[in-house]
Design a protein around this ligand. Structure first.
Ligand code: OAD
Length: 249
């Protein structure tokens, strides 16, 4: 479906013009039109034989640190090669229009900040940041072309990406900010996320349960779809700019 064919209900337009508290939760679908594969899409090349869920865990890193380091190095390069898309830029426009806007992302690619959003809650970390797996010290530079995983200059521990892996806790300050935003917003957008990974997925349900209007934008139905007040199936890079134009254009 092309965004020209999207029919935005007039009451949603009115609601958006009148709101002062809006939350947007984004997932990998928002970056898909920048050329990044979504988390659950099939991988390519060398990595096609692995499921992302099997690589993104502390157990996998303990078993084979080099394999996991190399996977993230490959993904880091993919991120460096892409730019934000129209969906990211529409969210920058929304931030300018809504007094209390919180952008909560599960994406580790940093594209929201690159697009220009000022307030971004990164629930799952950022792939460009690297830290020691043992002492948590961050590092800006490391040797990549070596046989093994680069090590921390301070304690000699293994370096790892500063992202949240399956089974790990989310950064506390980011999670608290996200929960608080979802607890107080009038409107909650869930955009380009399959809504199957907790606790991020529960934020939309919590907002719905206390009466916030929930808007879902996704290429396909998700577990949130039956609860959402407004559902738009299609590409966020088409639907979001069209919505911004309709509401504030
Ligand atoms: P997924 O790969 O699970 O879901 C991507 C969603 O985006 C799917 O529901 C697609 O239908 C939708 N989609 C694809 N292209 C789209 C487009 N152009 N416009 C709109 N929607 C589109 O990714 P996430 O939901 O982000 O966490 O996954 C959540 C978390 O699961 C990830 O952050 C990752 C993983 O565990 C960690 O690595 C900690």
């Amino acid at each position: 479906m092309h965004a020209d064919s999207v029919n935005f209900p007039p009451e949603l337009i009115t609601l958006l013009r009148g709101t002062s508290k809006l939350v947007a939760l984004t997932g990998a679908g928002v970056s898909q039109e920048s050329g990044l594969r979504t988390f659950r899409d099939a991988q390519t090349g060398l990595w096609a034989q692995y499921k992302p869920e099997e690589l993104a865990s502390p157990e996998a890193f303990a078993r084979d640190p080099k394999l996991i380091w190399d996977w993230y190095a490959w993904r880091r390069e993919a991120v460096k090669a892409v730019r934000p898309n129209a969906g990211h830029y529409a969210l920058v426009e929304i931030e300018k229009k809504i007094p209390e806007f919180s952008l909560i992302t599960q994406n580790v690619d940093g594209l929201h900040r690159m697009a220009g959003n000022q307030q971004v809650i990164e629930l799952h970390g950022n792939i460009q940041r690297v830290r020691c797996a043992d002492c948590y010290t961050f590092t800006e530079t490391w040797e990549d072309d070596i046989e093994s995983v680069p090590r921390c200059r301070k304690c000699n521990g293994l370096l790892r990406p500063d992202v949240v892996w399956f089974g790990e806790s989310l950064p506390r300050d980011q999670l608290e900010a996200a929960v608080e935003a979802a607890r107080t917003c009038d409107i909650f957008f869930s955009i380009g996320t399959s809504g199957v990974v907790q606790p991020a997925a529960s934020l939309a349900f919590a907002a719905h349960n206390r009466g916030a209007a929930v808007v879902e934008i996704n290429a396909e139905p998700t577990p949130l779809t039956p609860k959402a007040d407004y559902v738009f199936h299609g590409k966020s890079g088409e639907i979001l700019p069209e919505l911004v134009k309709m509401v504030w254009g």
